[in-house]
Design a protein around this ligand. Sequence first.
Ligand SMILES: [Zn+2]
Length: 289
Amino acid sequence: MNQAPGFYRYKVGDITVTAINDGFARRPLEGFVRNAELADVKKAMEQAFLPADALPISFTTLVIQNGGKTTLIDTGNGDSGAPTSGRWMANFKAAGFDPKDVSTILFSHFHGDHINGFRLKDGTSVFPNAEVMVPSAEWAFWMDDAKMNAAPEAMKGAFGGVRRVFGPIAKDVKQFEAGKEVVSGVTAIAAPGHTPGHTVFAVASGSGKLMVMSDTTNHPALFVRNPEWSAVFDMDGPQATATRRKLLDMVSADRMQVAFYHAPFPATGHIAKSGNGFELVPVQWSPAV
Ligand SMILES: [Zn+2]
């Protein structure tokens, strides 16, 4: 049985943001948090009323509509993810969008769950008219043959995946530096640690502001609550933790609306201080945009 289509629209000033869900994947808890005891992770799951055996990690990309342009931030799993993912295109179309109409795609970083939606397994490019913009630090890392050859065997697949997606269009990819407005109303901010070029985005229009936190945290019930915890996906644990602390401190102090790629749908809310960590307070669902 399916739910109604998984999209949710909200405004940031004059900009319309649409969250598009791409399903979820179950991640066994054993070994998932590098620097916490399994018993403590299980306790956090219990406190959040989540399953005791595996974490349901959801995927939510954003569509940014501003001044007649349609920009995506990340593209989901495409046909390369878990069987419980791969809902993205159906939800995107149900929201009234067509892949042909996408003018720009911004990638936050190059993990498969963020880039594989750009190219199907058979090589088909999904967004024929989109310019592709990527963080220069991310490109420099993953496209470096020396880094790939020196990587542990378990990471070689990730390098191969990046080349599968971007190889055929490598010469057309536009690299951006952090600190720049990359498309109108969207500024890239360096947030390294999860990956070397991991990027978050400040979306601003008038008095409206949204911080797109990308993978600054994985599931908020674990990593917003416990910002010192580091998931195995954080390539540089200590750096990711420092980035996470800094950004969570900032958005909570500024009472800024946030969006997270791996928060429960529609994956947007605000960050409140709570104990030694924080809490994601989801927005109230609104029937009208
Ligand atoms: Zn991710």
